[in-house]
Design a protein around this ligand. Structure first.
Ligand SMILES: Cc1cc2nc3c(=O)[nH]c(=O)nc-3n(C[C@H](O)[C@H](O)[C@H](O)COP(=O)(O)O)c2cc1C
Length: 454
């Protein structure tokens, strides 16, 4: 039962695939792309009563110094296709796809999301990302077509257009009334959108699902990204999973909502997090250390550093001090990754400060900034930490990213979730059927009176 006065925790599971937390060399690690892996992790998440299952997206294999970047070579299947398959083997779990707003077209994306929402009976979500780099754009004959400053202008119009398309079908558009002989109402699906980025009109092929619109997620962290989330999104992801930084992010984005006529509950803040659970805190700490050493090997540490420095650092000793040369913010060695495009001089300054304070080598620093686990400990320790984090306004919950695919969340589901349920901060059963229900959001009604479009 929900405990009075306590916030409820929201949990999602990500199948990481291309991710720097993936311990692919562990003998228990299985395929990142086989259907069995997706099914097993999704069904585990549903057994744990998670809100949703999430897939990130990369539209071009990343390259570092002209070579494929680590795990990218495992490939990345297309999200909406994968999630459609999962709709058939899950019943309540939300299904969240990252789909880029820069290189796609609204009609096609809206149609495919509406289809997932119908197939899953109201469980679809869309992570609207705005990665715009010209390297990725080459795959679409659109390398560099969009200036950085326009990425959210296009995304906002893209989303508005998708909503117009979804709204072109009313809940009662298909009366299928044998008595009157009326199957579909006149005008169903008709739309016209005229704007700076999209100028389209016609009919939309796909009726709306039970939650009205798919849930909208946003994960940009720039000021523009946060503002877009505050105005438009139901969920915002973040990388801030240390409590001090997370609380600042949480307060910032929640504080923006009132300006858009929205209440703080209408935007859920979900940082990504990793969990290492074992019988005791000491065993979990030892296991976390082992994972971290595996994930941030000497070459990986240098590669992380090069991505920020923008130059070849292969001559430096990973167990030695940071390079004494200045970074080259104009040069990009890691292509197809949105994180390293700006702020690199500032990152170098912070890293130098941290390394000097702690007397850290390159690898030790990279472990600290890239390899840390969010929650480490016995099931009790982890459950307490997750609960404390949420109650102290650091987050509304987490997207949990396992180290091992596909069974890396078994311990969380079997040993941590029951303790959260015991505390009354996590559902014991699903109480609704749509993803909007799980997130405590209202279904999206029509923005205009339900009169027939002509
Ligand atoms: C937790 C998190 C997950 C993200 N996942 C993706 C992704 O799967 N694909 C992608 O292209 N960008 C992804 N991004 C990048 C952002 O969504 C965003 O589009 C990009 O950073 C540019 O926006 P910004 O300048 O506001 O940060 C992610 C960002 C965060 C913080």
């Amino acid at each position: 039962m929900a405990a009075a006065g306590l916030k409820q925790v929201h949990l999602a599971a990500q199948l990481p695939g291309v991710h720097n937390v993936t311990a692919w060399s562990d003998p228990r690690s299985e395929s990142q792309i086989a259907i069995e892996s997706f099914v097993r992790l999704a069904q585990t998440a549903e057994r744990g009563k998670f809100d949703f299952f999430f897939l990130a997206e990369g539209l071009r294999l990343r390259e570092h110094k002209g070579l494929f970047y680590d795990l990218d070579i495992v490939g990345r299947p297309e999200n909406l296709t994968v999630l459609s398959a999962l709709a058939a083997v899950t019943e309540r779990l939300g299904l969240a796809a990252t789909v880029n707003a820069t290189f796609n077209e609204p009609y096609e994306v809206a149609r495919r999301l509406a289809t997932l929402d119908l197939l899953s009976a109201g469980r679809a979500a869309w992570n609207v990302v705005t990665s715009f780099d010209s390297f990725t754009g080459e795959n679409f004959r659109r390398g560099g077509f969009l200036a950085e400053a326009d990425r959210y202008t296009r995304a906002a119009e893209f989303l508005a257009t998708a909503r117009e398309l979804w709204d072109s079908w009313q809940p009662d558009s298909v009366p299928a009334d044998a008595a009157t002989g009326e199957f579909v109402r006149p005008g169903a699906g008709r739309f016209a959108h005229r704007g700076a980025h999209f100028d389209i009109s016609g009919t939309f092929t796909t009726p709306r699902g039970p939650q009205g619109h798919p849930v909208v997620i946003q994960s940009g962290e720039s000021d523009q990204g946060r503002e877009f989330a505050a105005a438009e999104a139901d969920v915002i992801f973040s990388k801030y999973n240390r409590l001090d930084q997370a609380r600042a992010f949480y307060a910032d984005v929640k504080g923006r909502l009132a300006r858009h006529g929205r209440s703080p509950e209408q935007l859920k803040v979900l940082p990504t997090a990793s969990v290492v659970v074992a019988d005791t805190d000491a065993e979990a700490a030892a296991y976390a250390e082992e994972i971290t050493r595996t994930l941030v090997g000497p070459q990986t540490a240098i590669a992380h550093l090069e991505a920020v420095w923008g130059c070849d650092l292969s001559g430096y000793d990973p167990d030695g001090p940071l390079p004494d040369i200045a970074p080259r913010p104009d040069s990009l060695l890691l292509k197809g990754h949105s994180v390293f495009r700006t702020g690199r001089e500032e990152t170098v300054r912070r890293w130098r400060e941290r390394a000097e304070q702690g007397g850290l080598s390159i690898r030790e620093l990279m472990i600290e900034v890239n390899g840390g686990q969010t929650f480490v400990g016995s099931p009790r320790t982890v459950a307490d930490a997750i609960d404390r984090f949420v109650q102290s306004e650091g987050a509304d919950g987490f997207v949990l990213v396992p180290h091992l695919t596909p069974d890396g969340l078994d311990d969380v589901v079997d040993r941590v979730v029951p303790l959260l349920q015991e505390k009354g901060v996590f559902r014991a059963e699903y109480t609704g059927s749509t993803l909007r229900d799980h997130l405590g959001l209202d279904p999206v009604g029509l923005p205009y009176a339900a009169t027939e479009a002509s």
